[in-house]
Design a protein around this ligand. Structure first.
Ligand code: ATP
Length: 229
């Protein structure tokens, strides 16, 4: 069986500035892959290429048996890529329920299921998104991605800048998603939490994948060398 997501020798640039110099990674169905690396090493750019927000210069991206290479981003999304981008982007003027329903597509995820995963959203169903705390907005954005019934959920720094309590709630939700078989590609700064979710890690350095392995194999020495922690 082929992998759910397979990226081979991806290169990409912003105008004259090359950001990716050959990134390869692989994610099997039901797996959680952590994409790691220090700031500016190309994690967000890799995600932008996978979700087709940014055109790759060269390389191959195969998802669920499709070559993503030429698809516009909305078509890639329809194949089952659910992105939670860096920064929080809910529709501020819409209520929590409206935000979720606007993203709904046929499948197992419903308003009630999301409300079960994030009880805070259930309590605030009829509140406008702009009145939510940062953490609640992040939950809403994850909920929106789930409402599309993604085959692959992509989380780019989903817990960045949030209060510890809310962070824990979001990690608990991510672990619950993983346990029910959701495929996940995740970027996050917390190694400790990543290790509780990720089956495997891919480390990027200056736009190249330089290390692949399980969280257990990422020794303190390696973490220091690759991530500066
Ligand atoms: P971070 O954790 O800081 O987001 P990252 O690993 O996600 O880091 P990228 O955002 O993918 O890194 O950036 C990779 C490289 O591309 C960096 O050198 C960055 O400066 C450059 N870059 C990113 N976005 C742009 C842009 N819109 N225009 C020009 N250069 C960019």
């Amino acid at each position: 069986m082929s992998a759910l997501l397979e990226v081979e020798e991806l290169t990409a640039a912003y105008g004259q500035v090359q950001a990716l110099f050959g990134v390869s990674l692989k994610l099997e169905e039901g797996e959680a892959l952590a994409l790691m690396g220090r700031n500016g090493m190309g994690k967000t750019t890799t995600i932008a290429c996978i979700t087709r927000m940014l055109g790759a210069r060269s390389g191959r991206i195969a998802f669920a048996g499709h070559d993503l290479g030429r698809l516009p981003s909305h078509k890639a999304a329809r194949l089952g890529l659910g992105l939670v981008p860096e920064g929080r982007r809910a529709f501020r003027g819409l209520t929590v329920r409206e935000n979720l329903m606007a993203a709904a597509r046929k499948g197992e995820w419903t308003f009630d299921k999301v409300a079960e995963l994030f009880p805070r959203l259930a309590e605030r169903a009829d509140q406008k998104a702009e009145t939510l705390s940062g953490g609640e907005q992040q939950m809403l954005v994850i909920g929106r991605a789930l409402m599309t019934n993604p085959r692959l959920l992509i989380l780019d720094e989903a817990t960045e800048g949030l209060a510890p309590v809310v962070r824990q709630e979001i990690w608990a939700a991510i672990r619950a998603l993983k346990a029910r078989g959701q495929s996940i590609l995740i970027v996050d700064k917390s190694l400790k939490e990543l290790a509780t979710v990720a089956d495997r890690c891919t480390v990027l350095e200056r736009g190249r994948d330089v290390w692949h392995g399980t969280p257990a194999k990422l020794t303190p020495d390696l973490a220091h060398r690759f991530l500066g922690v």
